[in-house]
Design a protein around this ligand. Structure first.
Ligand code: IMP
Ligand code: MG
Length: 180
């Protein structure tokens, strides 16, 4: 299926209903690990819709996590990661002896998540896990895979469900690819 928004044609890659079903499975997988004093840390901005749906699914899976937010800027050359990561907003919560679940939209080079994982591990977190909606294969630079991943994503620039292209398309309830 495809639709046209502001003159851009967008092909749907992952529909609302597919995403919803997969998130329920992810929440079950996370609950099965029996996390200890779980703190969920969405890495903003791109993860905000995924995280909102995931933490509600976590409630239904029997978890009661705390939530705090981190804003990271991973500098990009065009649509590819350059490797430099800055903390624009840090979490306020203490992570010592807690299990932390980082939530991000896409794992591409892995540099963003590797950076966040190192930061929270250095503060004494018991275990830092990660959950991403999409795994984009073939670009992994940092030595990190996600502990939980929703879908393997084709090597295309994707938007929607929180993800943007030049600040547009975050509101789409599905994940799509901008064809033109
Ligand atoms: P990494 O540090 O290379 O793993 O970059 C991951 C980050 O790049 C994600 O959290 C997204 O913010 C961004 N990103 C990578 N690919 C895409 C895409 O196709 N659409 C939108 N954002 C993307
Ligand atoms: Mg991001």
């Amino acid at each position: 299926m495809s639709l046209t928004i502001d003159g851009h044609r967008i092909d749907v890659l992952f529909s609302e209903s597919r995403i919803r079903a997969r998130i329920n499975e992810l929440a079950g997988d996370i609950a099965a690990r029996k996390p200890h004093r779980l703190l969920v840390v969405p890495v903003l901005k791109g993860s905000f819709i995924f995280a909102a749906d995931l933490i509600r699914a976590m409630h239904h899976a029997g978890l009661s996590p705390e939530v705090d937010f981190m804003i990271l800027a991973s500098y990009r050359e065009g649509t590819r990661s350059s490797g430099k990561v800055d903390v624009l907003r840090d979490i306020e919560s203490l992570v010592k002896d807690r299990d932390v679940l980082l939530v991000d939209d896409i794992l591409e080079s892995g540099r963003t998540l590797a950076f966040a994982k190192d930061l929270l591990s250095a503060r004494g977190a018991r275990n830092v896990m990660s959950c991403v909606l999409l795994n984009k294969p073939g670009h992994l630079a940092a030595n990190i895979g996600a502990d939980f991943a929703g879908f393997d994503c084709p090597d295309l620039f994707v938007v929607g469900y929180g993800m943007d292209m030049a600040h547009q398309f975050r509101e789409l309830p599905f994940v799509g690819h901008v064809v033109k």
